[in-house]
Design a protein around this ligand. Structure first.
Ligand code: HEM
Ligand code: HEM
Length: 189
């Protein structure tokens, strides 16, 4: 069972990133060479401000995780940082490939690694987003110096989508098969 601070921070990041991914399909940033509709600009503005909110929540989340690293068992999210973690990851990975899924612990390092990668992807979106925030402030259109960061932001977005689908589907699967993972994770009391 995850602690209350982790559950609250997770809910804020999950909803924020979900909003950012969905709104990115409908918005448009101000352009130099051609006009953009008012509604697309409005949605972009919401992307900018919700993005800033996610940046702050992730910053708090990282500070909390680093301070309470041991108590919150954060090594589980990044087992590849230690030799013993890599060995456990190999063992769980082998069980996964041999379809011995019942032997993989729910709170093991394999699930932890995937969660850790998701957290890193969200953080990379937030970091590139904050650079864009500064470069495009207050309503600058995209210019050539911004392009590299924007390409990076869009490139990482692919991993964020893959994570959302994989992680979301696993969560729904575990919810429906009786583990009630979503109810537990989003229970904020
Ligand atoms: C964690 C926070 C964020 C997430 C998950 C996120 C996600 C995304 C996604 C999925 C796209 C579409 C990429 C594509 O399909 O090529 C996008 C585009 C973009 N994002 Fe973010 N973003 C975040 C924060 C920010 C922030 C803070 C800014 C600051 C201004 C920003 C600026 C942009 C811009 C300029 C675009 C391109 C818009 C266009 O094509 O017209 N993002 N973002
Ligand atoms: C896309 C943004 C998301 C990110 C970056 C993310 C990240 C994480 C992380 C890092 C964990 C481990 C707990 C922690 O240390 O915080 C976790 C667990 C969990 N997440 Fe997400 N999550 C996201 C979205 C979602 C969504 C949309 C759902 C619901 C459908 C969800 C459901 C869950 C559940 C049920 C767990 C607990 C899994 C378990 O029992 O071990 N997450 N998530």
């Amino acid at each position: 069972m995850y602690s209350r601070p982790i559950r609250i921070l997770h809910a804020l990041v999950a909803l924020g990133v979900l909003y950012q991914l969905i709104v990115s399909l409908l918005m448009r940033a101000p352009q130099r060479d051609h006009p953009v509709s008012q509604s697309a600009l409005f949605l972009f503005s919401s992307h900018k401000w919700v993005g800033l909110f996610v940046v702050i929540v992730l910053f708090v989340s990282w500070a909390y995780r680093l301070i309470y690293w041991k108590r919150e068992n954060q090594g589980r999210l990044f087992p590849w940082l230690s030799g013993s973690g890599i060995n456990s990851l190999k063992a769980e990975g082998l069980n996964f490939l041999r379809f011995r899924w019942k032997q993989i612990p729910e709170d093991g390092v394999l699930a932890g690694t995937i969660h850790g990668l998701g957290l890193l992807a969200a953080t990379a979106m937030a970091l590139t987003g904050s650079i864009l925030f500064v470069e495009l402030y207050p309503n600058q259109p995209i210019f050539s110096a911004t392009h590299f960061i924007l390409h990076l932001h869009s490139f990482i977005a692919n991993f964020m989508w893959v994570y959302l689908y994989g992680h979301g589907l696993m969560a729904i699967w575990h919810e429906l098969t009786g583990d009630k993972s979503i109810s537990k994770m989003f229970h904020l009391k």
